[in-house]
Design a binder for this molecule. Sequence first.
Ligand SMILES: *Cc1c(COP(=O)(O)O)cnc(C)c1O
Length: 370
Amino acid sequence: MQKIEFFKHNIDEEDISRVTSVLKSIFLTNANVTKEFEEKFATYLDATHCVAVSSCTAALHLSLLALGIKDGDEVITTPMSFVATSNAILHAGAIPVFVDIEESTGNIDFTLIEAAITPKTKAIMPVHLYGNMCDMKAIKKIANKHKLKIIEDAAHCIEGERDGVRVGELGDVACFSFYATKNITSGEGGAITTNNDEVAKLLYQLRLHGINKDASSRYTDKFAHWDMKVLGWKYNISDIQSALLIGQLEKIEDRLSKREEIARYYEVALNKLGVEYIKVPENTKSARHLFIIKIKNRDKVVSKLQSNGIGVAVNYRAIHILNYYKNSFSFQDSDFPIAKKFGDEVLSLPLYTKLELSQLAYIISNLAKI
Ligand SMILES: *Cc1c(COP(=O)(O)O)cnc(C)c1O
């Protein structure tokens, strides 16, 4: 029996030596290395600003605050995501309003958005699930018509593009995750990109208590009093984490090609087996974050694969069937039937650069047996 992890990071010696030099420097937290990462990340995404923070959850929360979303406002989002998406809306005091998803991609069904808009609606929070972007041109049209903000949850989709549109290009902000299993990782971490100068300025303050000076300049510049004008949070990232990200960002496209190859291997093999999987939509460059098959008796298949040494995951069961959401909003399973069914059938196969051909063959032969 082989043992195949669900995920393995690809931190190399160069990344480790970058971290070592931060550890040997004076200032461990948010300073020059974070600035360097922010500049490089913004450049990679063709964005004007990047604000690095402690997680994507923090990024989503601060984005809502910076865009003026307040208590009781409604934010339209998808029930097919990690709970961080809708939890961040709750953290901001707002109400997540779910609309159902497209069966083919699992992304929010933009044709259902307008019917969910009320006078309280202030924003749309689409999630680019598994690395495949939502139809941002269609979502932008709706947002313009109803004067709504767009916050892109791009935790799965740093590298993505669709219809010539990059992630973050049409949204007011885009939020990214550097959690342990994401395409680039610092264990924990996140970032926000935006082309709006005012929003960026506010985000830089909100990530550190709302004060008007960052941590390093408080210590390294000549003494000067700082002030606090708004109530912010303690959401900054550290230079130790940023040091891990810089090298991975440089290699991001090479590593995407490797994951693309693996995904294509799966696609060919699954076509032969007649197993359904999530396909990349037309005119889309997928970030290939997760490879998803759809299968009946999913939980049985999960335990069979696991007992044969293959790490798998479920991304995700629909959010509206989780107890907290069910109880708080009196949701029925049937309220978002496509998301419910989708969440009962999806299974994530291993997808990372260190996967070897013999491991892929083992995974496929086990699926074939099942
Ligand atoms: C991982 C993830 C998040 C949360 O990211 P953190 O950095 O762990 O806060 C948010 N949304 C989606 C879709 C995710 O997969």
